[in-house]
Design a protein around this ligand. Structure first.
Ligand code: SAH
Ligand code: MG
Length: 947
C-alpha cells in the first residue's frame, strides 16, 4: 500500500468470504450448482402412524475451469456454496492475500510451496502434478522421479503467483519463471536439482505406503493414443503444420513432445501458459533455447532479452501466448487435470490455431461466438440489448483486453444532471451492475417530469468514458464519448463499442506511423498514448511486418475486392432470382431478420470444393452493419420464405481456414486463386423494428393504424380529392387508404428509398387492379421531399407521417418551408414521435425474447436507430408554429396513443396545418420543374404504366 506512510491508522481490508475470493479469481467462470437432498428424519414417536418427516438439505457443486468440487450437505444454500468455494480454495492453493507479501516473503513461501509438492501427503491429493510424479516414478535410470521445472510452474497456480511477486517479468518470460523455481528448489533441504538441466526431484524416497497407493490408483488408460497437435515453426517463412503425437500410456507425454522438438527428454521442454479457453490444457511447448551457455543463462535472471535469443523468438507462438517463446513450438491440448488421474487430451487442428488467432482481433470473438466467421461483422451501432446478438460490446472489449493481457477496461460514467453539474461513478468491468444510483435518478426524474415546465427539457443523461490501461497500469488510450444516454448501461455499451470499432479499424492498418495513429485516434474522440500503445501492440505489428497472414483482415487486396463488389451491387444486383413466392413480409431497417445460410467454396468451373460455413438460424438487425454488405443487400430484396444465391471474392485465407471445421489439411493445400464464395440464403422470419413492435404491443389498435384513421378522418372532413404522401416508404398509408371509403380520386407517394417504392408499387398495383374504388390515378415518385416538384403542387391534402425525424434537423426545417411555400397543400398532416413519451415506452416491459433478466433495456436513445432526432412537445410546437406563421397557415396540435391531457402527452404527436387565405392560383407563376422520377404510375382508364 503506497499511502501507508500518510495514513496513521492502517485500514484493515475486510476478510473476503471464500465465494468472494473465487469470484475475484474466476468471475463468471465459476459455476455453482445447488442440488436438493431429501433426508428422512425419524419421527419422535415411532409407535404413531405419522409419515416420516422429510428435511430438505442442500449440496453445492462448484465447477471451475480447472477443478470441480462438491460440498457436504447444509440446511442453507448459502452455506453449501461457501463450503464448496472453501474446498476449492484449499485445493488450488489460493489464499486471500490480506497483506501483499514482499519479494523476500514470497521467496520463502515459494521454497515452502515447492517442498510441499514433493511430500508424501501431496501424492495422495488430486493435484494435476501428481500425474507427472506418477510417471516420473515409473521412469528407469537417471530420470527416475525427476520432474521438469516447467511442469511445476505450469500446473500450480500458487507457484506462478509467488514468482510474479518476486519478479513481475515472469509474466512474459517462461525462462525466467523456471530459473526462479530452480533457485527456490536449491534453497530447500528436501529437494534436488541440477545446474545443467531444469528439473527437480525429491531428496529421499517416498514412503512405501504412498507408492503402493499410487500403484493401486494406476490409470486405467492403456495402449497408445494419437493426439492431433500443431507445429508452429519459428521461421515465419514456413506454415504451421499438423502433426500427430503418438503417446504410449507407459511413457511420459512430455517425452513424446520433446521428441518432435528434437530434444532428448522432457526436462528440456518449456511450457507456456494456457492459450485459448482457460478451461483447456492447450499450451505451447518449446525447447530450452540452445544458446551455447544456456545453463549459466538459466541461473541469471536478467539476461532474458539478449540479442541472440531475440533471433530465436517464435513470433507467432509469442503472439498467441503473450510470452516469450523460442524456436519451433508445438501447440497441444494435453495434460493432467484435477478432475481425473487419466491423461486428458483433445486434438488441435489448423482450424483451432486460426481460431485462436481470430480471437485476438477485435471482432474475432464476436464472429466466433456467433459462429458466423464469414458473414458477421461487428455491428457499427448498439441499438438495444434485444436487437444486439452475441456478447455485449462491454464483454467483447473485456475479452479483447484479456486476450492482449491488458487491464480490465475502466468505465467512468458521468451523470449529467444539469449542464456543468454531474456526479461521477467509476466502474470496472468485473463488478459492474446496474447501479442503485441509476434507479434513484430515474425515479427523481419521473417525479420531476410531472412538475417540470413542458418547454424546459429535463432529461437525465449518462456519459461514459473508457480507459484502457496496460497490465502495469500505464495509460494506453482514453475514449470520451460526447453522446449522452438515458440509461447508464447504454452509455457504457456504446462507449465500449466505440473503442472496439476503433481497434478494429486499427487492426486493418497495423503499420500506421505514430503521427497518423494519434490523428486516427483524435478523429474518433480517442486519446492514444502512442508510446505505451505501441509497446503493447508490438507483437501484432511484428507479425504484420513478417508478412504473416494472420486473421486481421490486413489484405488490402481482399478489401478492395469487397469494395468493388459493393459498388457493382449498387448498380446491378449480382444474385440469382429469388426463389419462392413473395410473402409480403420483408426486412426493413431496424427489423430483426432470421435467416438460414450456407457458404460454399466454389471453383471457377462451378465445382463445389467445400462447405465452409452453414447456419440453420442466424438472426441479426438490418441496417447496423452486422453482416457483410452483400448479404444485407441481397436479403433486403427478399421476403420471408424466399431464398437466393450470390457470390463474393475470397476473404483472407486464414479466415477461410478458421471457418472450415473439417478437412483443414486439404484446404491449406488447395489452390484458392480460382475460387469464389457462393452464399445461399433464405429468410426464415422477420421481426419488425423495435419501434413498430412497441407500437403494436402497447397500443390497441396499433399506433400505425391510429395514424391512418386520423388521416382518413381529415381526408373526409375536408372532402379531399387528391393526396400526396411525403415519405411514403413502402406505401403503408396509401395501401390502407384503399381499404377505407374516402373522397380521394388521386393518390401520390414520394420517397427517396427505391426499395420502399418498389414494394409500394407491387402492393398498390395488385390492390388497384382487383378492387373497385373511386381512385382514378396513382403515382409513385422517387425524390427527396426537400426538393420541389411542380407536379405535386396544390394538392387537397398532404401527409408526412413519421418521416421528419428520419432527416437531419436542418432538413426538417427545409422541408417545412418547401411544403408550405411551394407544394402548398390545403391541409398538411405531420406526425413525429413525442420524445417525452419514451419514458413510458421504456418502462413497459415487452415480452422479452432474451433470457437476460438484468436488462430489458429498450432503445438506447431514440425509438429507432434511424431517427436523427426526437422532439419534445415544446420543440415540435415551436417548429410548427413558426412555420405556420411564416407561410400563412394555421396549425392545431393533436396526436395518437395516450392522451393529450395527461402527461406526457400523446405517443405520436401530430400537427395539422391549414392554408389560411385561398390565394388566386393564377397569380403564382409556378415554374414547371420535374426533379422526381416516376417509379410507377396507374390510371383507371388505361391500366398501369410501369417505368
Ligand atoms: N410514412 C411511412 C414511412 C415512414 S419511415 C410510414 O408511416 O410508414 C420514413 C421514410 O422517410 C422512409 O421511407 C425514408 O426513406 C423516407 N425519407 C427520409 N428522408 C427523406 C427525404 N428527404 N425525402 C423523401 N423521403 C425521405
Ligand atoms: Mg420513425
Amino acid at each position: 500500500m503506497k499511502n501507508q506512510a500518510t495514513q496513521p491508522v492502517a485500514i484493515k481490508r475486510p476478510e473476503l468470504t471464500p465465494k468472494a475470493l473465487i469470484h475475484q479469481k474466476y468471475g463468471s467462470k465459476a459455476c455453482y450448482k445447488i442440488e436438493e437432498v431429501q433426508q428422512y428424519v425419524d419421527n419422535a414417536c415411532p409407535g404413531l402412524a405419522i409419515p416420516q418427516q422429510v428435511r430438505y438439505m442442500y449440496r453445492c457443486s462448484l465447477d471451475l475451469p480447472d477443478l470441480s468440487v462438491t460440498s457436504d450437505t447444509f440446511t442453507k444454500k448459502k452455506e453449501a456454496e461457501q463450503s464448496a468455494a472453501k474446498i476449492a480454495i484449499e485445493k488450488l492453493g489460493i489464499q486471500s492475500t490480506t497483506n501483499d507479501p514482499t519479494p523476500q516473503e514470497a521467496m520463502d513461501e515459494l521454497v515452502a510451496r515447492i517442498s510441499g509438492l514433493f511430500t508424501n501427503e501431496f501424492l495422495s491429493s488430486s493435484h494435476p502434478l501428481t500425474g507427472h510424479i506418477r510417471v516420473a516414478l515409473k521412469k528407469m535410470g537417471a530420470c527416475f522421479g525427476r520432474i521438469p521445472i516447467s511442469v511445476i510452474a505450469a500446473s500450480d497456480v500458487k507457484v506462478c503467483n509467488l514468482c510474479r511477486v518476486i519478479n513481475p517479468d515472469v509474466e512474459s518470460d517462461p525462462l525466467l519463471l523456471i530459473s526462479l523455481v530452480r533457485k527456490a528448489a536449491k534453497m530447500s533441504d528436501s529437494l534436488v536439482t541440477s545446474d545443467k538441466e531444469p528439473w527437480i526431484s525429491r531428496q529421499g524416497a517416498y514412503s512405501a505406503e504412498v507408492l503402493q497407493l499410487l500403484a493401486d490408483c494406476e490409470s486405467c488408460q492403456t495402449g497408445c493414443v494419437d493426439i492431433g497437435a500443431l507445429l508452429i515453426p519459428c521461421s515465419t517463412e514456413k506454415h504451421p503444420e499438423s502433426l500427430s503425437l503418438n503417446i504410449d500410456n507407459n511413457y511420459y507425454y512430455l517425452d513424446a513432445i520433446a521428441q518432435v522438438l528434437g530434444g532428448a527428454d522432457s526436462s528440456q521442454i518449456l511450457i507456456s501458459r494456457t492459450v485459448g479457453k482457460a478451461s483447456s490444457e492447450m499450451k505451447l511447448y518449446f525447447h530450452v533455447p540452445k544458446v551455447s551457455n544456456w545453463p549459466a543463462y538459466l541461473l541469471s535472471e536478467v539476461e532474458g532479452k539478449n540479442g541472440s535469443l531475440n533471433l530465436m523468438l517464435n513470433k507467432r507462438a509469442s503472439y498467441l501466448s503473450g510470452q516469450r517463446i523460442y524456436g519451433d513450438a508445438v501447440l497441444a491440448n494435453v495434460g493432467y487435470t484435477w478432475k481425473s488421474s487419466d491423461l486428458f487430451y483433445e486434438d488441435v487442428s489448423l482450424c483451432t490455431y486460426y481460431r485462436l488467432l481470430l480471437n485476438k482481433v477485435p471482432d474475432g470473438h464476436y464472429k466466433l461466438s456467433r459462429e458466423a466467421l464469414l458473414i458477421a461483422e461487428l455491428p457499427t451501432r448498439y441499438t438495444s440489448r434485444m436487437n444486439w446478438k452475441g456478447p455485449s460490446p462491454r464483454d467483447l472489449l473485456c475479452t479483447f483486453c484479456r486476450q492482449h493481457r491488458l487491464c480490465e477496461p475502466l468505465f467512468n460514467v458521468k451523470f449529467l444532471d444539469s449542464p456543468g453539474k454531474f456526479s461521477e461513478l467509476s466502474r470496472t468491468c468485473k463488478n459492474w451492475k446496474p447501479s442503485m444510483l441509476e434507479e434513484e435518478i430515474e425515479k427523481a426524474n419521473t417525479e420531476a417530469d410531472h412538475v417540470s415546465n413542458r418547454d424546459e427539457e429535463r432529461v437525465s443523461s449518462f456519459q461514459c468514458e473508457v480507459k484502457i490501461l496496460s497490465r502495469r497500469g500505464d495509460p494506453i488510450l482514453v475514449c470520451s464519448v460526447e453522446d449522452a444516454f438515458r440509461k447508464e448501461v447504454d452509455s457504457i455499451q456504446n462507449a465500449a463499442l466505440k473503442v472496439l470499432l476503433w481497434f478494429n479499424e486499427y487492426f486493418k492498418q497495423l503499420n500506421m506511423p505514430i503521427g497518423k495513429l494519434c490523428l486516427f485516434g483524435e478523429a474518433h474522440q480517442i486519446n492514444v498514448d502512442p508510446v505505451h500503445f505501441l509497446k503493447e501492440f508490438v507483437n501484432p505489428l511484428s507479425l504484420y511486418d513478417a508478412n504473416i497472414n494472420f486473421s486481421s483482415r490486413n489484405c488490402t487486396s481482399s478489401r478492395s475486392l469487397c469494395n468493388a463488389l459493393d459498388r457493382e451491387q449498387e448498380t446491378e444486383i449480382i444474385f440469382s432470382n429469388p426463389e419462392g413466392a413473395d410473402s409480403g413480409v420483408f426486412p426493413s431497417p431496424g427489423s430483426l431478420t432470421c435467416i438460414s445460410y450456407v457458404v460454399a467454396l466454389v471453383k471457377n468451373n462451378g465445382h463445389l470444393e467445400e462447405i465452409l460455413e452453414s447456419n440453420d438460424e442466424f438472426e441479426f438487425e438490418i441496417g447496423t452493419g452486422s453482416v457483410i454488405s452483400q448479404l444485407e443487400a441481397c436479403i433486403t430484396q427478399l421476403s420471408t420464405n424466399q431464398s437466393a444465391k450470390f457470390i463474393t471474392g475470397l476473404p483472407p485465407k486464414d479466415l477461410i481456414l478458421a471457418a472450415s471445421t473439417k478437412s483443414d489439411i486439404l484446404l491449406s493445400q488447395l489452390s484458392l486463386d480460382k475460387c469464389f464464395l457462393e452464399y445461399t440464403v433464405k429468410i426464415l422470419r422477420v421481426t419488425e423494428p423495435l419501434e413498430d413492435r412497441l407500437e403494436q404491443a402497447l397500443f390497441s389498435p396499433p399506433l400505425s393504424k391510429q395514424r391512418v384513421d386520423f388521416a382518413v378522418q381529415q381526408i373526409n372532413e375536408n372532402h379531399a380529392a387528391s393526396l400526396v404522401d411525403f415519405g411514403c416508404g413502402s406505401g403503408s398509408l396509401l395501401d390502407s387508404l384503399l381499404e377505407h371509403s374516402t373522397s380521394l380520386e388521386k393518390i401520390v407517394g414520394v420517397d427517396i428509398s427505391v426499395k420502399g417504392l418498389t414494394r409500394a408499387a407491387k402492393i398498390l398495383h395488385t390492390k388497384l387492379s382487383v378492387k373497385s374504388s373511386k381512385i382514378q390515378s396513382a403515382v409513385l415518385y422517387d425524390g427527396s421531399i426537400t426538393d420541389f416538384d411542380s407536379r405535386l403542387h396544390g394538392f387537397d391534402i398532404g401527409s408526412c407521417l413519421e418521416v421528419i425525424e428520419h432527416m437531419e434537423e436542418h432538413q426538417a426545417h427545409l422541408f417545412g418551408d418547401a411544403v408550405l411555400s411551394l407544394f402548398c397543400p390545403q391541409v398538411l398532416i405531420v406526425s413525429t414521435p413525442n420524445y417525452e413519451y419514451n419514458t413510458i415506452l421504456q418502462r413497459s416491459s415487452l415480452p422479452s425474447r432474451e433470457e437476460d433478466p438484468e436488462d430489458k433495456s429498450v432503445p438506447c436513445k431514440f425509438r429507432n436507430f434511424d431517427h436523427k432526432f426526437e422532439w419534445t412537445r415544446g420543440q415540435f410546437e415551436h417548429w410548427a408554429r413558426n412555420l405556420a406563421s411564416r407561410h400563412n397557415y394555421s396549425v392545431m396540435f393533436s396526436g395518437v396513443g395516450g392522451s393529450g391531457d395527461v402527461e406526457p402527452g400523446f405517443a405520436s404527436q401530430i400537427a395539422v396545418f391549414r392554408k389560411q387565405v385561398h390565394r388566386d392560383e393564377k397569380c403564382i407563376k409556378m415554374e414547371s420543374c420535374h426533379p422526381y422520377n416516376i417509379v410507377w404510375e396507374w390510371s383507371n382508364k388505361n391500366s398501369s404504366v410501369a417505368t
